[in-house]
Design a protein around this ligand. Structure first.
Ligand code: ASP
Length: 343
């Protein structure tokens, strides 16, 4: 497995421990007691200075930069994780999030997002259309309604009533990709790794931040799997699946084939494992192990997990090589290859 770190902005020694996230590839742990062996397989990373922000994939780099601007001024983690992922939602070149996201098989861009703050408050929208910033609608659901989740037409109406403009989110380039896909209409959400022409079939941005006061928040936003069935909703708006934050423990988030994340309630699982004493790295690996252990086709799909604990220790693990995560603290910004399963 190759381990690669890219120092992006004057990264210093304080981030050194994070490289461990890219080293701990592992084999299936024998059944019996999956907790103890993984506990000792942790990275042993020391806590980092706060504030800190981490997010999925290379588009996490500019997203982290926007989030860190808020954090470095002493701002709240919640504001940082909302502002950070909005950068990706507005960028038409990112074809897996927001504006410019690849549509479903009927040509509709449908968006899912969720957000969680340090008090355990949560908000979410699913199957939302024509609104560029679902993460901000999710935050409004959290802060201005008695509910956690709004979907489809109800979510759109709530957004419009809250002042969000309606926009056509299907760009020319995404329309072309869809029309090209229609020629074969071969739906293979599980196998993007083996067919680069399908990239990015998935690449959600999920983000976790810890602010100067030690408070944690997280966000997740996506256009979901490319060319999905109309009406399909993945893990990204599901609290506990794509995202979970507990200020007393840490936070976890996900990217990849959402069905696998939902069936194992991945992010909640990882936070609970950290509560029991696992490092973020070991907990992410165990999250991946649960998928690999139950799905014989796991080798054909990708799921990546990313976690931080309340001390600022970071971990990441994926089924396949190729999952990267971005980290930014006052020491600088980095893009790191996550560890992956060793089949
Ligand atoms: N997790 C997302 C979903 O299943 C896909 C992604 O990571 O982009 O909708």
């Amino acid at each position: 497995m190759s381990t690669r770190r890219q120092f992006l902005v004057g990264a210093g020694a304080a981030l050194t421990g994070m490289a461990a996230a890219g080293r701990a590839s592992g084999r299936l742990v024998p059944s019996g007691n999956p907790v103890d062996p993984l506990r000792i397989a942790g990275s042993g990373m020391d806590g980092l200075e706060k504030p800190l922000v981490v997010s999925t994939w290379n588009h996490g780099v500019p997203a982290n930069a926007a989030a860190f601007e808020i954090l470095s001024r002493g701002g709240r983690a919640l504001d940082a994780v909302e502002t950070g992922v909005r950068v990706c939602e507005a960028d038409p070149s990112i074809r897996s999030v927001g504006y410019g996201g690849l549509p479903d098989r009927e040509g509709h861009v449908t968006l899912d997002a969720c957000i969680m703050d340090e008090k355990g408050h949560a908000g979410s929208v699913a199957f939302l259309q024509n609104i560029m910033h679902p993460i901000s609608v999710a935050r409004k659901v959290m802060e201005e309604t008695p509910h956690v989740m709004l979907v489809g037409e109800g979510a759109r109406r709530f957004a419009v009533e809250s002042g969000f403009p309606e926009e056509d989110l299907l760009t020319e380039s995404s329309r072309e990709a869809w029309q090209q896909w229609l020629q074969k209409a071969d739906y293979q959400p599980w196998a993007p790794q083996s067919d680069p022409s399908l990239q990015p079939a998935h690449d959600t941005i999920s983000m976790l931040a810890i602010d100067r006061n030690g408070n944690l928040s997280g966000s997740c936003t996506t256009s979901g799997l490319a060319f999905k069935m109309h009406g399909r909703v993945g893990d990204s708006p599901i609290i506990g699946a794509s995202l979970f934050v507990d200020n007393e423990v840490g936070g976890a988030c996900a990217t990849g084939v959402g069905e696998e994340v939902m069936k194992t309630v991945g992010s909640f699982l990882i936070v609970e494992l950290m509560r029991q004493g696992m490092t973020p790295q070991a907990a992410c690996r165990e999250g991946v192990r649960r998928i690999v252990a139950r799905n014989p086709k796991a080798g054909e799909l990708q799921v990546g997990y990313l976690a931080i604990d309340r001390h600022g220790r970071t971990g990441a693990y994926a089924i396949q090589p190729g999952f990267q995560f971005a980290v930014q603290s006052k020491s600088g910004a980095e893009l790191i290859d996550a560890a992956h399963w060793d089949f």
